[in-house]
Design a protein around this ligand. Structure first.
Ligand code: HEM
Length: 366
């Protein structure tokens, strides 16, 4: 055993507290006019960056799991656990803005001008998280003629561009969904059975509308037009070619195969084997929602602090942030799928051979 290994571990050494707690250097003090609240501003940002590091650590774990040739339930369980952790961290990060808002706009003005041109806009780790989740360069809003990463240092830009060349979580999820068994197995075609169920459901709805004597002619016609529109939406999801056109138009991101699998998992989520995959899809939506909630909350805070002024990073400030909150969604397809859900009562039961491949049964008491 080395001399070093015999030493009892000391708390401050283990956590490298001298470095961590020595890393707050307010600009205002350095320039001879200390502003009390700058310490809070620095500590909140640093706490964010530490949590960003943890999120990236979890994303790397998830990526490693998905990179394997085959996945079993245990792997999906580990992915779900990591996504749950990321989701909780993101919620915590939203809460931290409450602490920062104890600083008033006037207090912020004491040191804001010293920050130009630095900004959270230059957070490499935040960009790595966005990219890792699946936000693409082309999805981003440009607020000047230069590319969005022009404000990063050369070294950071190289790291970000390397990350852009790797598969994102969105890519991994798409590939995983495309490999979902059960959607077509033996003689079973989910696509066909789903289509028959939808056609039956819409025909029943049309008959109910037609037979409703309490409805006036105008309301009946509006109802039937609504059903025809629903039918047209469903047609697009049955048809792989039409779907490919819609992907090109930007209406969908996931491939047709992946979308069918996501629909299948969502509709038949009560089957034991689909419960974890369903949990995974739900968590991706939670993640998208919480990222968006953070973006809105941060945009509102920025507006409260600086009103309509430009950001220190050079954007239009609140307007840019609000637009990013509206647009930067990665798993929007999973939300859009809800349009195509049908009630459990209209769902065709799975054929018995398929159910027995998919499920397990607890034997009754003897
Ligand atoms: C007084 C508090 C804050 C104000 C007034 C503020 C303001 C802004 C503004 C105006 C932008 C747009 C870019 C620019 O022109 O600078 C921005 C971007 C950003 N800020 Fe903040 N911010 C604050 C605190 C924070 C904190 C605590 C974090 C945590 C790390 C943060 C993270 C970010 C990130 C990641 C971006 C890039 C967002 C994107 O491009 O979608 N900000 N901030």
């Amino acid at each position: 055993m080395s001399e070093d290994a015999k030493q009892p571990l000391y708390y401050a050494d283990y956590l490298q507290l001298d470095r961590l707690l020595g890393a707050q250097a307010p600009e205002s003090a350095r320039r001879g006019s200390p502003a009390h609240d700058e310490m809070l501003f620095i500590i909140v940002h640093q706490a964010y960056e530490l949590w960003f590091k943890q999120i990236l650590h979890e994303l790397a774990l998830i990526d490693g799991i998905f990179a394997a040739d085959s996945l079993d339930d245990r792997d999906i369980g580990r992915v779900v656990a990591a996504l749950e952790r990321i989701e909780r961290i993101l919620k915590l990060l939203i809460g931290q803005l409450d602490v920062l808002e104890t600083m008033t706009p006037l207090d912020f003005l004491e040191f804001r001008d010293l920050l130009f041109p630095s900004s959270g806009f230059q957070s490499l780790q935040f960009r790595l998280i966005e990219t890792g989740l699946g936000l693409r360069r082309g999805d981003r809003i440009g607020f000047e003629a230069r590319p969005f990463d022009a404000r990063l240092s050369e070294a950071d830009r190289a790291k970000l561009q390397a990350a852009e060349r790797q598969p994102s979580l969105s890519d991994r999820i798409e590939a995983w969904l495309e490999r979902t068994p059960f959607v077509e197995l033996g003689g079973y075609r989910f696509q066909e059975s789903y289509r028959a169920a939808v056609t039956g459901m819409l025909a029943r709805d049309a008959a109910t509308l037609g037979g409703n004597e309490d409805l006036g002619e105008a309301a009946r016609r509006a109802g039937l037009a609504g059903l025809a529109a629903a039918q047209a939406r469903f047609e697009a999801i049955y048809d792989e070619k039409r779907h490919a056109e819609q992907v090109a138009e930007g209406a969908w991101r996931l491939s047709w195969r992946a979308l069918q699998a996501a629909l299948f998992i969502t509709l038949y989520r009560d089957e034991p084997v689909l419960q974890l995959p369903f949990r995974l899809l739900s968590l991706l939506m939670d993640l998208d929602e919480t990222m968006t909630a953070w973006r809105y909350r941060h945009a509102l805070m920025a507006q409260r602090m600086i009103g309509m002024k430009l950001g220190t990073g050079g954007s239009s400030g609140h307007d840019y942030l609000a637009e990013a909150a509206r647009r930067y969604r990665v798993f929007g397809d999973l939300f859009a799928l809800s349009t195509f859900l049908i009630p459990r009562s209209a769902l065709p039961p799975l054929p018995e051979p398929l159910r027995s491949v998919m499920g397990y049964r607890y034997a009754g008491r003897t």
